[in-house]
Write a protein that binds this ligand. Sequence first.
Ligand code: PLP
Length: 382
Amino acid sequence: MGPLIYLDNNATTPVVPEVLGAMEPWLWGGFGNPSSGCRLGREAAAAIDTARSQVAALAGCQSEELVFTSCGTESITTAIQSAVASQKRHIVTSAVEHSATLRICEDLAGKGFEITRLPVDASGQLDLDELKAAIRPETALVSLIWANNETGVLWPLEKIASLVQKTNAILHIDAVQAFGKIPLCLEGLGVHFMSFSGHKLHAPKGVGALYINRRVPFTPFLRGTQENGRRGGTQNVASIVAFGKAAEIAAAHPLEPTLRDRLETSLLATIPGCCVNGDRANRLPNTTNLSFDGIESEAALILLDERGVCCSAGSSCATGSGKPSHVLKAMGLTDARAKSSLRLSLSRLTTPEEITRATEILPAVIEKLRAVSLADSPVAFS
Ligand code: PLP
């Protein structure tokens, strides 16, 4: 097996040396508690302040509007719980959310909330007229993903924000996949809450942030004095510093679609019965989701892994479930086509050489799987 070709960056990204270098001192000498008044504590608090400004610069918001959390899931949970603290009992979300949003909405449905799950079209796009029609006076919250983790499809954030702004509902956006991959300016946008996660942009796993618009009422999820009373729990200083550094680097290195496009174009040209899932014009620059006629993605993942290519079949959270992706199903794909899909996601560390090798390995693996399934019982889709 040759060197690893990591094409699973929507699942998580490697920590880059500059980020590791920035966080390391806070695991050794700089171990102070940022809430403590001693010198070590004050230094840790100052390091968090710097990280907050770095993340705020990437988000285009004020530092005070950011609260550090333990992950994207905690940010999402906090935003949703806070938004539904009013008397209103209706939530609008979509059928293609990440499991973090899906699960909490299921819990809230069990507690008597009415949930409207907006459908998407064949390209994974949301119908804004349907969104508008779904919002009612008793709608507490609209919670929508910005960039889909499986397909990379991007929804029109500004249009969504201006539409929800005309109502009394609170708007939460899950920007975990988009943050650091495409530009963002929260100032004046009209979004109330936005969720971020460090490990999608080369910081370690286990650190996130929640944007809380300074004009929105907020009820903390974890009670305590830290983060200005908005998130209890001693901060994970080293990981927060890492997130800040990663945000600073992301701001300086915008992601280009060049390598993703090269990979996609080559696979479409060389593999018959291969097609892209999702809106190709409005997508993250690093993601492609492809279906391959007549194969099972779980089998493809094993063969690809043996040949050094790491990727996934849809969301990493659903790996091994054997179920077709809820995102692809919501887009109207048949079970067979949904179960034959692979998500290839690049990062700014992906090299042209890796893409060249991937364009050789993938067709060979698909051909091998098709030969096996032809000998067995072929399943084809149109
Ligand atoms: N939202 C989206 C769109 C994601 O892709 C993920 C992670 O895969 C999350 C939320 C959850 O983030 P975390 O892993 O930091 O909890």
